[in-house]
Design a protein around this ligand. Structure first.
Ligand code: MN
Length: 291
């Protein structure tokens, strides 16, 4: 019998969706939907697959600030155009990941990419808010645009599919993104019948988002598309089997374990720092970005 298994605590269904701007219909699994500890992942907005009708004027969310953390946007269907006040811009296409470090503060806007908007079609996206440790919260903003074609890949044996390593390290293959704290983040793309194994330290907060298909975990629980599998902090090893062609976003990271104060788009350690963020934003210290 296999030992040291990281057991499933719960398989969570998608909470009711809400709109972010007019372009993102998201299910917030945490911190609102479920009060689970996924530190340093503070927030996960899961945009289940939906169809947007064609529209000339792209849908999206206008200029807004962030401070104290990173936004990580992972695309599965559709395309998102992004601009920020540090002068960075780009388009996130299916399979791509944008890792934006807001840190000391940026303004940005996120819209459906023009051609996608003109044609409409399926749209599926995830945005994570990754907290930063206190010592890095006021560091310089930065931006990592990771194309799917540049993503380090571990190929599963027997035509089983592949693990795309966004961050961390899987079977000695290092991920694409640099991170401030230890974070494992993968897109596991498994063909029907394929199996994959994962091992994470006991104390890492760990969850699997089923983006497509249907999987069995540790030979026991099953989880279908749009559900989130939350694991314990006792064991280390997880095995999954794809019951049909499946995509799973694998999240596992070392908790930062520092006090958190959130106010809207600001994520700091103390109330005083929140007041400072609001003041700095009002004084234009986050830069300028055209609507
Ligand atoms: Mn944003």
């Amino acid at each position: 019998m296999e030992t040291n298994i990281k057991e499933v605590v719960s398989v969570l269904n998608a909470p009711a969706p809400h709109m972010v701007g007019d372009g993102f219909r998201v299910h917030n699994f945490f911190p609102s939907g479920y009060q689970i500890n996924m530190d340093p992942f503070f927030l996960m907005d899961y945009g289940a697959k939906i169809e947007f009708s064609a529209r000339k004027e792209p849908r999206g969310v206008g200029v807004h600030p962030h401070r104290g953390f990173e936004t990580v946007t992972i695309a599965y269907h559709g395309a998102v155009a992004h601009h920020d006040s540090s002068g960075n811009n780009g388009v996130i296409y299916p399979g791509d990941v944008q890792w934006m470090t807001a840190a000391s503060g940026i303004l940005h806007k996120e819209y459906h990419e023009e051609n996608y908007s003109l044609n409409g079609g399926p749209f599926q996206m995830i945005q994570l808010w990754v907290n930063l440790p206190a010592k890095d919260k006021m560091s310089r903003p930065k931006y990592q645009a990771i194309k799917q074609s540049d993503m380090p890949v571990f190929t599963l044996p027997g035509n089983g599919g592949k693990i795309e390593i966004i961050a961390g390290n899987y079977q000695n293959t290092a991920g694409a993104a640099s991170t401030f704290t230890p974070i494992e983040l993968y897109n596991a793309r498994l063909n029907a019948g394929a199996k994959a194994n994962f091992s994470f330290p006991k104390h890492f907060n760990t969850g699997f988002m089923v983006v497509e298909g249907n999987i069995r975990i540790n030979g026991k629980e099953t989880a279908t598309v749009n559900s989130f599998v939350y694991f314990d902090q006792k064991g280390e090893n997880i095995s999954i089997e794809a019951l049909e062609n499946s995509i799973v976003l694998v999240l596992s990271a070392e908790p930062i374990n520092e006090p958190i104060q959130q106010y809207g788009p600001f994520l700091m350690n103390t109330e005083a720092e929140i007041h400072q963020a609001i003041e700095d934003y009002n004084q234009g210290k986050f830069g300028y970005l055209e609507e």
